[in-house]
Design a protein around this ligand. Structure first.
Ligand code: PHE
Length: 373
């Protein structure tokens, strides 16, 4: 836990805690909510498209920068390329930050209907719906001209319509199953957005825990991506779906850390093929809040702070939130962060939380170039 960043290689910002998640492949466990959901989505595509979608769930999460970014047209100056947002293994290799990293290769190999499921990695803030490792399912479908020519609408509109129809059908398949008696099962909405690899682009949001939560991004594939893979006369759609977030809604799982729990009281509640099981939380353990204030420097980022806290407290940290922020007359900026510690499995003692917080303060001071107040 001490080794927050592997300092031996300045281009490697993958902490041990993240490194140890490689290969766990929650999406390939049929009794785990992520695997159960993956299989249910497979069923939907098999039923609706007669088994045309080819499935990949074992592609290596360590990929070239080129695959992760260049191949899907992410501009050179896009924030997602920064060390602050992405885990670099070395200067030209990353832990994929999305399953879109495999789109271009699979198109080039001639696939026209495919689903790619895998673990993805992102540096981010800490709360109940964000975890630095999560799982996505990518879907891509390529159309040939005869498919849209007969429809009377242009290719892009045709693909966009088919995309929304397909994903709305998926939502119906997933949520319709066990909400039959429940009139307003889930509130969903489409939001227009931007991705470098699609145009137009949309997000689907679901209302959960009193907020709108993004569960998938999608759109009509940029022509440049298709052209490069030799598909000159085609149009395609693509989506990338966040499996944890969808599973949180489906199984009523209140916190994203639970997916990593090996506690029997969690794991025993799910079984293969059972999409409807509602998670029963074991008695809720009390949170403990600790505040810390410091003067920041120009290089300070919240993601770096969260990495330090996660490196020390592991899954005992539930949320890190900025509760105060001001700049004094001398131009120095102070941040006050509130850290919520809570175990999903047991009550924490004052002593261990104090020890964690003391460690966090010391490490933040040493590694983040801030001045504690
Ligand atoms: N890759 C995007 C993300 O991770 C999701 C996406 C996939 C959007 C495919 C459009 C098309 O946020």
């Amino acid at each position: 836990m001490e080794n927050v960043v592997r300092e031996s290689d300045p281009t490697n910002n993958v902490p041990d805690a993240i490194f140890s998640k490689l290969g766990l492949q929650l999406h390939r466990r049929d009794n785990h909510p992520i695997g159960i959901l993956k299989n249910a989505i497979y069923d939907y595509f098999d039923e609706s498209h007669g088994g045309k979608f080819v499935k990949f769930d074992d592609l290596c999460p360590i990929v070239d920068v080129k695959k992760n970014f260049d191949d899907v047209l992410v501009p050179d100056d896009h924030v997602s390329r920064s060390y602050n947002d992405t885990y670099y293994v070395d200067a030209s290799t990353v832990l994929r930050c999305h399953t879109s990293a495999h789109q271009a290769d699979l198109l080039r190999s001639g696939h026209t209907h495919f689903l790619v499921t895998g673990d993805v990695y992102r540096r981010d803030s800490i709360d109940s719906t964000h975890y630095p490792v999560f799982h996505q399912m990518e879907g891509v479908r390529v159309f040939s001209p005869d498919e849209w020519l007969a429809s009377g609408v242009d290719a892009t509109s045709y693909a966009a319509m088919d995309l929304k129809k397909t994903l709305e059908g998926l939502a119906q398949h997933l949520f319709g199953i066990f909400h039959k008696s429940d009139h307003c099962a889930v509130d969903m909405r489409w939001v227009d957005t931007y991705f470098p690899f699609t145009s137009p682009s949309f997000e689907l949001e679901i209302y959960f825990q009193e907020k709108w939560m993004e569960v998938l991004g999608c759109g009509v594939t940029e022509q440049a991506i298709l052209k490069r893979s030799g598909k000159i006369d085609n149009v395609a759609w693509a989506f990338g779906l966040g499996l944890e977030r969808l599973a949180m809604v489906l199984f009523e799982i209140p916190d994203i850390r639970l997916f990593w729990s090996t506690d029997q009281r969690f794991t025993s509640q799910f079984s293969e093929g059972k999409l409807g099981a509602k998670f029963k939380p074991f008695s809720k353990f009390p949170p403990c809040y600790k505040d810390m204030s410091f003067w920041i420097s120009d290089s300070f980022t919240e993601n770096n702070l969260c990495e330090v806290v996660r490196g020390i407290a592991g899954d005992l940290v539930e949320e890190v939130s900025l509760i105060d922020n001001f700049t004094n007359k001398k131009g120095q900026t102070s941040h006050c962060y509130r850290i919520a510690y809570r175990s999903m499995e047991r009550s924490l003692t004052d002593e261990e939380i104090n020890q964690l917080q003391w460690n966090v303060r010391e490490t933040v001071q040493n590694k983040l170039n801030v001045i504690l107040r």
